[in-house]
Ligand binder design. Structure first.
Ligand SMILES: [Zn+2]
Length: 143
C-alpha cells in the first residue's frame, strides 16, 4: 500500500479526469479474455475505496456492462479504458496506466493467467494465479 495521499489521473484526450483521496492498492495484472480484448493484452489494475474516487471531468465517460454485475468505463472520445466497477462493491478498480506519474505503485502479481494471450510471457517472478487469487492479492478485479 502506498501512503495515503491525493493522486490524479485521466484519459488520453483529457476529457475524463479523476482524483483519488486515499490509499491505492498495488497493481494486479489481469490476463482474462475480457481484459485482453479491451486493453490489447493484460489489464493493470489498482483500486481504491469507492468513496475516495472523485470524477473531476466526466462528460465523455461511457460504460459497457461486460458481465451481469460489472461495468467497464471508458472515454467515448479517445477510447481510454478507465474503471472496472462491480455493482455494490466497496472498492472500484482503476486502470493503473491512466494515473498521472509517478504513481508510487508497484505490481503485486497476475490473475487469470490461464486466459492470457499466447504472444507474451510472464517472467517477473511475481505470484500468478490461473484464475482469481481468491483475495490473496487483496480486493482484486475479477470476472
Ligand atoms: Zn478521452
Amino acid at each position: 500500500m502506498n501512503d495515503e495521499r491525493v493522486i490524479e489521473g485521466g484519459c488520453l484526450c483529457g476529457a475524463v479526469r479523476y482524483r483519488v483521496d486515499g490509499v491505492l492498492r498495488p497493481v494486479v495484472n489481469c490476463h482474462c479474455g475480457q481484459c485482453r480484448r479491451t486493453h490489447g493484452a493484460f489489464g493493470p489494475y489498482t483500486d481504491c475505496a469507492r468513496a475516495d474516487l472523485t470524477l473531476l471531468r466526466d462528460e465523455t465517460l461511457a460504460h459497457y456492462r461486460s458481465s451481469p454485475d460489472v461495468r467497464r468505463s471508458f472515454c467515448a472520445r479517445c477510447g481510454s479504458t478507465l474503471f472496472w466497477d462491480r455493482d455494490g462493491a466497496p472498492h472500484i478498480s482503476i486502470c493503473a496506466g491512466t494515473l498521472d506519474l509517478p504513481s508510487g505503485l508497484s505490481t503485486a502479481g497476475h490473475i487469470y493467467v490461464a486466459d492470457k494471450a499466447d504472444f507474451y510471457e510472464i517472467d517477473d517472478g511475481l505470484p500468478r494465479f490461473e484464475g482469481s487469487s481468491a483475495g490473496v492479492l487483496d480486493g482484486e478485479a475479477s470476472n
